[in-house]
Design a protein. Structure first.
Length: 430
């Protein structure tokens, strides 16, 4: 049986939470491998809605869950989320959750810097969540981050804080805000260390043992989407980490061979939160219809998601850069009742037909979608659990998406409920 990595194949918000929850029953362990608490997964289980940002989706099912070293962790946000989920009856203990001891921390100064930069220039807005993820990754690659293990290394913590503040206080002076006192920051960290450290483990070693010696099946849980990848996405309107499946290896400490089957999640249409290019965005009544019917509001930000037709060009590119072997299509039911549905099959850029999203910022902003129109269906697909329950035109739509993206559909989701899923290919059996 294979391990499985789940990644978003659009701009995030594709419905990964439900799919990961559905797959977690077949997995032994769930591992989060990148991003921070700027991501949000919604799980609906027996009518109860769970909203997770940092916690791997497996915790709701009682599956051993790991936060890998590729994640940047706001310890205050983590403790708050543990508290919220506990109030819903899910008790999070160190036996259930492990946090990589070499994961970098998001500190209050990172949130400050994120928001100060975003508000400094209207023209330079990226559309970040303002939660400090980008600045935390900056400090990580600049080798000045405070990591989880540093909470248990007080002899070195003072020097690390001093090095960190040498950089941040210079930035704060330039932005006209007060400098940070190192003693105060240390006190904040000391106040939470005894709550965080029980979860800290060498996650790479734990996962190696589970895979190599216990033959456990891993489910790698990604955040955001491939078109937000810092290398392969619509740069600079991207997140601060690699969101493609290759990061599952680096972000957990396991080798590439451990990743296994890669499942790409894609909505039957397209959405995006925040700024940046969106070739198929709709500004008409159809866009409003998709927003309202699909309840397209961000889990983390609450912001309205921009909506548009399915972009087969962008998704195909995302599937190739992510090594995706199968698609999990979500929200097919939202298209019910539409007389016709459009799919972007190519772009027009200055009169030239192209079948990729350009790397340049001006190229991405300049492409115009070339659409193919597909006949819709009047019957409901909501809650369907087999192909036999789907209208013929809905099946034709799915098959056309497979052709255009050059990737088979492995799973089809027809409602937020976990069981309303059509299984075509079991990713764990691939």
């Amino acid at each position: 049986m294979s391990n499985v990595a789940v990644v978003g194949a659009q701009w995030g918000d594709e419905g990964k939470g439900k799919i990961v929850d559905w797959l977690s029953e077949r997995a032994d362990v769930v591992v989060r491998f990148q991003g921070g608490h700027n991501a949000g997964h919604t799980l609906v289980i027996n009518g109860v809605t769970y909203k997770l940002s940092l916690l791997p989706s497996g915790v709701v099912r009682g599956k051993p869950s790991f936060i890998g070293n590729g994640v940047v962790v706001d310890p205050w946000a983590l403790l708050d989320e543990i508290g919220r989920v506990s109030k819903q009856g899910i008790v999070i203990t160190p036996d259930l959750l492990a946090l990589a001891d070499n994961a970098s921390l998001i500190l209050p100064l990172h949130r400050d810097l994120d928001q100060l930069r975003e508000n400094a220039s209207e023209a330079g807005k990226i559309g970040t969540t303002g939660r400090g993820i980008g600045p935390a990754y900056e400090d990580k690659v600049a080798r000045r981050a405070i990591r989880v293990c540093d909470l248990d290394d007080l002899a070195a913590l003072d020097d690390k804080i001093e090095r960190l503040l040498t950089h941040h206080n210079a930035l704060r002076r330039g932005l006209g805000v007060a400098e940070i006192d190192g003693r105060g920051l240390k006190d904040e960290l000391l106040a939470i260390k005894d709550k965080v450290l029980p979860f800290a483990k060498p996650v790479w070693q734990e996962l190696d043992r589970l895979v190599r010696h216990e033959n456990k099946r891993l489910l790698f849980e990604g955040a955001q989407g491939a078109m937000l990848d810092v290398d392969h996405g619509t740069y600079p309107f991207v997140t601060s980490s690699n969101t493609v499946s290759g990061q599952a290896a680096a972000g957990t400490g396991l080798g590439p061979s451990a990743v296994g089957f890669v499942l790409g999640i894609a909505k039957a249409y397209t959405t995006r939160v925040g700024a940046g290019p969106f070739p198929t965005e709709l500004f008409d009544d159809t866009g409003e219809y998709l927003t309202d019917r699909g309840r397209e509001f961000g889990v983390v930000t609450g912001r309205r998601r921009r909506c548009g037709w399915f972009d087969a060009v962008a998704v195909r590119q995302a599937l190739k850069t992510g090594g995706v072997k199968g698609i999990a299509m979500t929200k097919l039911d939202i298209l019910d009742g539409m007389p016709e549905i459009k799919v972007c099959v190519a772009y027009d850029l200055n009169g030239e037909r192209i079948e990729r999203l350009p790397a340049s910022m001006s190229g991405q902003a300049g492409v115009k979608p070339i659409y193919e129109t597909i006949e819709g269906w009047s019957q409901s697909t909501y809650g369907a659990r087999s192909w036999a329950q789907l209208p013929a035109n809905a099946i034709k739509y799915v098959r056309r998406i497979e052709e255009l993206t050059e990737t088979p559909v492995a799973l089809l989701s027809t409602s937020p409920e976990r069981e309303d899923t059509i299984l075509v290919q079991d990713p764990f059996a691939a």
